[in-house]
Ligand binder design. Structure first.
Ligand SMILES: [Zn+2]
Length: 156
C-alpha cells in the first residue's frame, strides 16, 4: 500500500482544529489521483447528527464533489481507525484503501469506545442490546419485486 504522509498530516490537522469548532477529535480526507478532493471532521454534537463521523462527512463531501455515489479510485486517510459504521460506509462507497493514524484502543482511552458495536455484530439477534423484531415480510417484499422488474434503474 502506497500512502502519502502529507495527506495523513492534513487529516490529523483537521482532527486537532475540529476541537476548537465544537467537534470531536477526528478528521479525515479523501484522495483521488494524488490530490485531496474532500475533507471531513466529526460534527456529531455540533450538528446533532450521530452519523456525522469524520469519515462519513468526508464521504458525503467527496461524492458531492465528484457527483457520483461511487468513490472507486479514491483512498481515505483518517486520523483514527474507522468505527464499524464508517468502515461499512467506506465499503459501500467502494473506496480503494484505508489509512489511519490512531487506533480504536487510543480512542477508547479518551472515551470513544466502539468495541461494544463490534461485540453486538458478533451476537445473534436475540442476544443484542437493542431489541430487533421482523414482521410484515410479504408486504415488505413488494418494493423488492418492483425493483426486480424495473428496467430503468441505477444498480449499485
Ligand atoms: Zn465512525
Amino acid at each position: 500500500m502506497n500512502y502519502n504522509a502529507e495527506h495523513m498530516k492534513r487529516a490529523i490537522a483537521c482532527s486537532c482544529e475540529n476541537i476548537d469548532q465544537e467537534g470531536g477529535p477526528f478528521g479525515a480526507v479523501i484522495v483521488k489521483d494524488g490530490k485531496i478532493i474532500a475533507e471531513g471532521t466529526n460534527r456529531v454534537t455540533a450538528s446533532n447528527d450521530p452519523t456525522a463521523h469524520a469519515e462519513i462527512v468526508a464521504i458525503r463531501n467527496a461524492t458531492k464533489y465528484l457527483n457520483n455515489f461511487s468513490l472507486a479510485g479514491c483512498q481515505i486517510y483518517t486520523s483514527c481507525e474507522p468505527c464499524p459504521m464508517c468502515l461499512s460506509a467506506i465499503y459501500w462507497a467502494r473506496i480503494d484503501a484505508i489509512y489511519y493514524a490512531n487506533t480504536r484502543d487510543d480512542a477508547k482511552e479518551i472515551g470513544f469506545d466502539d468495541s461494544f458495536i463490534y461485540d453486538e455484530i458478533a451476537l445473534s439477534m436475540e442476544k443484542r442490546a437493542i431489541p430487533i423484531q421482523q414482521f410484515l415480510r410479504e408486504e415488505g417484499l413488494e418494493a423488492f419485486k418492483k425493483w426486480s422488474t424495473t428496467s430503468d434503474k441505477t444498480a449499485y
